[in-house]
Design a protein around this ligand. Structure first.
Ligand code: HEM
Length: 501
């Protein structure tokens, strides 16, 4: 008992000394400034349900390069274009790895993929293969007929509602559309509404996979996090979601291997990767391309390709419906340029300059991945004279940068005209606008994502006039973001509009 009391007294006496020591060490380390941390949890409690919004508020107090701790994990958050340029351009190679997490490891077949794989030979080979064979402009163009057919089906389904002025759930329609397009490109099969060959859990599964692809409690709090994971059933959920997706992907691959399968006119992603597996001369990392590599890439395509384009169109339509003047300007452009046709085709898109500005403005205010995907520092480097040490997780708050009044006049206003005679683009050269990231880990699906969103939006504007449902005023339209469920941020409530033709 006496020993116990003595240790408590010693602790109380030594505490100020320990704190002082910590301050000195920290000063010597020259870490970026950041909010005070609580013991054990660090700054975890300050993230809230919408971390990009909380982190923006904190950065206004602590700076554009900010140091936090998620439990034990050191985290640096970047919130200005200048600092983003230093990280993503000058120090791209120092920090172009990803943190190794239980969730991402499982869903990527132990990092055989592109998106979650750590930097190294394997990732370089996979990224090269996907850039040349899956995401090239030529390949994207080869799927033009799929996008045009699926958009035509969508317009037909909305036409039925427009004749009776029935409200349409645009959010559901958009996830259905992008799901169908990605499905056909990747697997050569149709995915209708929320139903794929009887598997109506697919959209739910993709969202569940996205939410499991982040830090588990144990990764943040090594001492007791496992208890939280046990209570929340984290590992069971991860196993379950992985097993269902793995079974689906394996079945799709098996279908492609059946000798009786009729040769498709158009190769899908599985065909392309199976052909590469057969013909490979180069090794991928230490191993050759296997079925697990193929499934890992398909998993990335499902998780990265469906929600992102859908969210872009949903937010664009929501912004236009709140701004009738911009809506008529956009509609006039599409109808004037296209003239009398049934549908807008991809060949028409290049003339639609205002539509492209709308997409850009939407991606500025509503980047689907507001913090990009987490990166991990591989070596020591400095940003604004602050040290960033190996193993630090780095998040770029592109949502905050897109709203920074230093670069954007009236940043909260949806104003596509700001891009007239303005060279700022979103392909990774202008650090004030980074919805696709920049540098080595930037989005390889940019052409595919953009053309899908542009074609869908152009046709929605060309084929219908849009009204808000009875009793909803423009200023009442709910523009809140849903609580973070992983890498992307959705609109909190579905967008419901009435089509008129
Ligand atoms: C509007 C549509 C899209 C947006 C806004 C978007 C955004 C992003 C962002 C922000 C990143 C992370 C960049 C970084 O960490 O610096 C990323 C990575 C990635 N995206 Fe996209 N994306 C879109 C469409 C697509 C599509 C259609 C696909 C595939 C079919 C795709 C596949 C990927 C992959 C595989 C990565 C990981 C790259 C790597 O780590 O090397 N994306 N995307």
């Amino acid at each position: 008992m006496a020993v116990y009391a003595l240790s408590i007294w010693l602790f109380v006496l030594l505490l100020p000394l320990l704190l002082l020591l910590k301050k000195i060490v920290r000063h010597n380390q020259q870490l970026p400034p950041g909010p005070p941390k609580l013991p054990v949890v660090g700054n975890f409690h300050q993230l809230g349900a919408l971390p990009h919004q909380s982190l923006k508020r904190l950065s206004q107090k602590y700076g554009a390069v900010m140091f936090l701790k998620l439990g034990r994990t050191p985290l640096v958050v970047i919130s200005s274009a200048e600092a983003a340029r230093e990280v993503l351009k000058i120090h791209d190679l120092d920090c172009c790895s990803r943190p190794l997490l239980t969730g991402t490891g499982k869903l990527s077949y132990n990092y055989l993929d592109i998106g979650f794989a750590p930097y190294g030979d394997h990732w370089r080979q996979m990224r090269k293969m996907s850039t040349l064979e899956l995401f090239s402009l030529k390949r994207v163009q080869s799927f033009r007929f799929i996008r045009e057919e699926e958009v035509a089906l969508l317009i037909d389904s909305i036409t039925e509602s427009s004749s009776s002025a029935t409200p349409v759930d645009i959010s559901e329609k958009m996830f259905g559309l992008t799901g169908s397009i990605v499905f056909r490109m990747a697997f050569g099969k149709r995915f209708r509404g929320s139903n794929y060959d009887g598997n109506n859990r697919l959209p739910e599964l993709i969202h569940a996979a996205e939410s499991l692809a982040s830090f588990s409690a144990e990764e943040c709090f090594p001492n007791f996090g496992w208890i939280i994971d046990r209570i929340s059933g984290y590992h069971g959920k991860l196993e379950g979601v992985f097993l269902e997706l793995d079974t689906l992907l394996q079945e799709l691959i098996n279908d492609h291997l059946k000798p009786e399968r009729t040769k498709q006119e158009q190769e899908d992603f599985i065909d392309v990767m199976l052909k590469m597996e057969r013909e490979q001369t180069e090794t991928v990392g230490e191993a050759r391309l296997t079925k697990n590599h193929i499934k890992a890439v398909l998993m990335n395509i499902l998780m990265g390709g469906v929600d992102t384009s859908a969210l872009t169109v949903i937010w664009a339509m929501a912004e236009l419906c709140r701004n009738p003047r911009l809506m008529s300007k956009a509609r006039d452009e599409v109808r004037k340029c296209i003239g009398k046709k049934r549908r807008v085709t991809e060949a028409d898109i290049d003339q639609l300059h205002y539509l492209k500005m709308i997409i850009k403005e939407t991606l500025r205010l509503h980047p689907p991945a507001p913090l990009l995907f987490a990166r991990k520092a591989m070596s020591h480097f400095k940003v604004n004279d602050h040290n960033i040490y190996p193993e630090t997780v780095i998040q770029i708050n592109v949502w905050a940068i897109g709203k920074d009044p230093i670069y954007w006049k009236n940043p909260e206003e949806f104003y596509p005209d700001r891009f007239i005679d303005n060279p700022i683009d979103f392909r990774g050269q202008h650090f004030e606008l980074l919805p696709f990231g920049a540098g080595r880990r930037s989005c390889p699906g940019i052409h595919m994502g953009l053309i899908t969103a542009e074609l869908a939006l152009a046709n929605l504007l060309y084929c219908f006039d849009w009204k808000l449902p009875e009793g909803v005023k423009e200023e009442d339209l709910n523009m809140e973001e849903a609580a973070s469920q992983g890498m992307t941020i959705a609109k909190k409530t579905p967008l419901v509009l009435v089509p008129v033709n």
